[in-house]
Design a protein around this ligand. Sequence first.
Ligand SMILES: Nc1nc2c(ncn2[C@@H]2O[C@H](COP(=O)(O)OP(=O)(O)OP(=O)(O)O)[C@@H](O)[C@H]2O)c(=O)[nH]1
Ligand SMILES: [Mg+2]
Length: 292
Amino acid sequence: MKKQQKRKYKCGVVSILGLPNAGKSTFINNIIKKKISIISSKVQTTRDVIKGILTNEEDQIIFIDTPGLTLNKSYLNRKISKSIYNSSVQSNINLIMFDSNTEITKNKKNLFSKLIDKKKKNFLVINKVDLVKKHKLLNISKELNSIHNFDETFYISALKKIGFKDLLVHLKRNIPEGLWLYSKKETTDQKLEFTISEITREKIFQLMNQEIPYSVKIKTKIIEKINIVKIFQTIFVNKKSQKPILLGRNGNKIKEIGMRARRDIEKKLCKKIYLDILISVDDKHHKNYENH
Ligand SMILES: Nc1nc2c(ncn2[C@@H]2O[C@H](COP(=O)(O)OP(=O)(O)OP(=O)(O)O)[C@@H](O)[C@H]2O)c(=O)[nH]1
Ligand SMILES: [Mg+2]
């Protein structure tokens, strides 16, 4: 305790905000060096806010990954907008991430400006620099800095882990002094059931097309036995017609999803598991989910 008071401990919350597919989840995973948030090449993969905790000698940074902001005004999207807003309110610094491998359109500019909270420190993070020429990166920086004069601008590759060092130095410099909110060992506050549901959802995002990934909800139950962990999952779809698509011919699709999910869950738990996946059509369950 005495030691804690002598040294200047720092603790801060950093929200990662951006449009869908900017690379927010890739960034949180690679900065924490742990798979915390799921990733896919499809837009709107992340659905909930996800915390990743990075603790060094004297600093603790709590990163918050958020769903990408879109214009779509469905109930789920309004719920998502609210969660983005709440996460921004909690934070000391907002990282506003932009995919440099896309064009800046008027729509994107409008959405982008909604992410800026003028009461906070806002850092512009231009991502995917591994794919883009330098002069384009500078143009993007100029154009986005004309929407808002960012406190700092960084150029990173979340995938290749380029530019992390400089960004971390600036984050540490700008978070307030204070005691840590989590223990040194913790890297996330997620429940294991949630993490495991997310792993299976990631496989669905990676293996299924069109509307299926967006309409599933997964429930997970874990039963620990002496020499094996049994995991029971139910994938809820909201239309009867989606069940055979998710099953695939001779059940091949769901088998592949299950195989890939099992591999990742075993890696996560460092244990052999038995995975049982059931697909259920439950529009009531979905309505409840949408209305929460
Ligand atoms: N080449 C390259 N690809 C990247 C980089 N960062 C992310 N990606 C890819 O971009 C895609 C989207 O990444 P995500 O991390 O899921 O993006 P996100 O911002 O979390 O997306 P949502 O959750 O949908 O808002 C994936 O295919 C990633 O592999 C990068 O620095 N370079
Ligand atoms: Mg994401």
